[in-house]
Design a protein around this ligand. Structure first.
Ligand code: C5P
Length: 414
């Protein structure tokens, strides 16, 4: 395991608590490289962190004559980057992609697991700008810990205190443990809806936004996997990473072909896509005119009724479990399905686990506005023949991370 952590220290009074964090990490043989902002050095001397970490402290974009491009070298030096304390200013800068000093430039160049431990005055922490930044960062796969509630250095009482260094150290340790959990593994992920055309203008589809699948792709990349993300039409930007192959598809049949091809080398398939179960039997090459539609229509109980024939789409995960059983795919391929249900969530999901030949099914209640389609958060029950594990409500990225941890632990153990 790569046991190195980059530790960013910014200009909060809580900067002194970062000393305890360094001590906790170093005690466990975790190498710590500290990066400080200029404001942080007004509050704490770099010499303290140099002594505690046993490493020179990085302060300036141009302060290491041995490193041709200091921030890139730093960004690539560890799989986990913790910023503690992280001021409201730095939270907001990171959300906007500002890179105007060594710490923020390194964060922008960093592709591993970024963990922020905020510390700010209550008003600054609760300000709409800061809270929106936190949500935006979480949606992009950054872990932002919740600030503690209590007495602050300015005398105010409320949320904004730096989380306990032991909590931050636990999070860093967990991230380190998982940072290579999927190294050398090929993970295939389906995401978003599929779109089934009637004609070049009209289609049938569903409300899936692809957020869960894209969060899974980012989490798998951060755990070291090579990822194929096969996505239906969504409005999300694909993660940019040398280990990611992105395949854009429209219909269920296109998705099926892309998945079957990618699955040949897959170790894990995560089928998060909401595949349309049916497609129009006939797709017109040209836009159907109203008069042509009316030829298909009949008047029933005072309403014009148009009958469109739909045919069933292939069930992609069933195709995969059959191919695996036939020996066409890796025998130990782990197949994970998702069941978006509006009622009888657990029993419907359990039924799908069995009928589709899956190893895990992730059940969620899409009738709930707070965790359903398009929501930033999710709350799921992971069902496998070995038992059920709930994942509490959290950002879709956090849920993705916990789900991958669970799958890797369960499949490594067996
Ligand atoms: O639509 P349904 O609830 O049956 O979806 C459950 C799981 O099956 C999901 O993981 C979904 O991606 C997958 N599925 C599929 N092909 C379909 C329909 C669903 O792979 N045609």
């Amino acid at each position: 395991m790569d046991k190195r952590v980059l530790l960013g220290v910014t200009g909060s009074i809580a900067a002194y608590k970062a000393c305890e964090l360094v001590r906790l990490l170093v005690k466990e043989d975790i190498g710590v490289q500290v990066v400080m902002t200029a404001h942080a050095t007004e509050l704490m001397g770099p010499a303290t962190f140099r002594s505690l970490s046993g490493n020179p402290v990085a302060l300036d974009l141009f302060d290491d004559p041995g490193a041709p491009i200091h921030h890139i070298e730093l960004a690539q030096s560890a799989p986990v980057f913790v910023i503690a304390p992280c001021t409201a200013n730095v939270v907001n800068k990171l959300a906007a992609g500002v890179a105007d000093d060594l710490l923020t430039t390194t964060a922008l160049a960093f592709t591993g697991r970024l963990i922020l431990a905020p510390a700010a005055n209550t008003q600054m922490y609760l300000d709409v700008a800061t809270q929106e930044s936190i949500r935006a960062l979480q949606a992009r796969g950054v872990t932002v810990l919740t600030a503690d509630n209590g007495e602050l250095a300015c005398g105010d009482v409320g949320p904004g205190r730096l989380p306990d260094p032991r909590v931050i150290a636990d999070e860093a340790r967990r991230a380190l443990r998982s940072s290579e959990a999927l190294a050398g593994r090929h993970v295939v992920i389906t995401a978003g809806p599929t779109r089934e055309d009637f004609d070049p203008v009209r289609f049938v589809s569903n409300h899936s936004t692809g957020r869960m699948g894209y969060a899974l792709a980012r989490a798998a990349l951060q755990m070291g996997a090579t990822v194929t993300l096969i996505s239906g039409p969504v409005s999300l930007p694909a993660p940019v990473d040398a280990r990611l192959e992105f395949v854009g598809v429209t219909s269920a049949r296109e998705m099926s072909a892309a998945v079957l091809q990618a699955a040949a080398t897959a170790d894990i398939v995560l089928a998060a896509a909401a595949v349309a179960d049916f497609r129009p039997r006939i797709t017109s090459e040209v836009k159907l005119k109203k008069y042509a539609l009316s030829e298909l229509s009949e008047l029933r109980e005072g309403e014009t009724v148009i009958t469109v024939e739909l045919v069933q789409n292939p069930d992609i995960v069933t195709q995969l479990s059959e191919a695996r059983a036939a020996g066409a795919l890796k025998r130990d391929l782990v197949l994970v399905g998702f069941a978006a249900e509006t009622n009888d969530v657990d029993s419907n999901a359990r039924e799908k686990l069995a009928s589709k030949g899956l190893d895990f099914i992730v059940a969620n209640d899409v009738s709930r506005a707070d965790i359903g389609f398009g929501a930033a958060e999710n709350e799921v029950l992971v069902i496998s023949p070995e038992g059920d594990t709930p994942i509490a409500k959290a950002s879709k990225f956090e849920v993705a991370w916990q789900l991958l941890e669970l799958i890797t632990q369960a499949t490594n153990a067996s």
